[in-house]
Design a protein around this ligand. Structure first.
Ligand SMILES: [Zn+2]
Length: 264
């Protein structure tokens, strides 16, 4: 994962949303067929890293990025292409800021609730897809190579958030009387009555045989991989007293060192 910070303080969402408590992660894709982060993400005018970020992201010459007051939407993060063509995740809102991402359904919104103090909400990010074709009204364009890259980035990023907020990737949350998976997509939120009528990410993912069940499985595997520790054995003794004496020496440098036994 390549995580870059570019908090979009000029956006309406940054200025007017409320803070809350992240309880899950909700995936989107833009359904626009434009993989470039610069289309959506630009640094704020007074960002101390503005020049550096513009170099990384590239410059949006049309001024239609989402760090603008007229855009009534906002995400915690974006995944897509940097100016050099490599893939990155860009944080665009603080993690405790409720996004304006998935709209509203009959039972409320995974964005959380402005009227509830410390409202639970789902952290949300957009993947800038390379696939949507307006002419064909479908995810007709795009490549598997790009999909695989952004999918991997999104899995790593989701695992990172799960770890930060102690979220079980296979868990669920009781929210507004609905059992909601901790990890879901916009289309899932719509089906649960907690989002507007959108088909992302399922419509795009189905082209490559991926489901949100795969996402949960891959995030779990990523978390397990993250928790692997590599132990280094530093000595072996036949006499217990010698082992204990050596442990004392090792513990000067590694206080957590301990003795195990093995038959040989
Ligand atoms: Zn969406």
């Amino acid at each position: 994962m390549n995580l870059i910070e570019c908090i979009m303080t000029n956006s309406s969402c940054y200025k007017r949303t409320t803070t809350g408590v992240p309880v899950g992660i909700l995936w989107h894709d833009t359904a626009a067929g434009n993989p470039d982060l610069k289309r959506y993400v630009q640094p704020s005018k007074d960002d101390p890293d503005r020049e550096k970020l513009l170099k990384l992201l590239g410059v949006n010459q049309y001024g239609n990025d989402w760090n603008n007051t007229p855009v009534e939407a906002g995400l915690n993060a974006w995944i897509g292409k940097l100016a050099d063509g490599s893939i990155a995740t860009v944080q665009a809102l603080p993690w405790n800021y409720r996004p304006w991402g998935c709209g509203k359904g009959s039972k409320g919104s995974c964005n959380g609730d402005a009227n509830v103090k410390n409202s639970p909400f789902w952290l949300q990010f957009e993947i800038c897809d390379d696939a949507w074709s307006n002419a064909k009204n479908d995810y007709a364009n795009g490549t598997k190579e790009y999909f695989d890259k952004v999918y991997k980035e999104a899995v790593e990023f989701t695992a990172f958030l799960c770890k930060m907020f102690n979220i079980d990737p296979n868990g669920s949350v009781q929210y507004n009387g609905v059992t909601v998976p901790t990890i879901l997509c916009h289309a899932d939120a719509y089906k649960l009555g907690l989002g507007s009528n959108h088909k992302d990410v399922l419509q795009w993912f189905s082209k490559y045989g991926k489901t949100m069940a795969d996402v949960r499985k891959d995030v779990t595997a990523q978390l397990n991989q993250n928790s692997t520790i590599y132990r280094v054995q530093v000595g072996a003794f036949r006499v217990k007293a010698n082992a204990e004496a050596y442990l004392k020496t090792v513990q000067k440098y590694f206080p957590d060192a301990y003795i195990t036994t093995a038959k040989k």
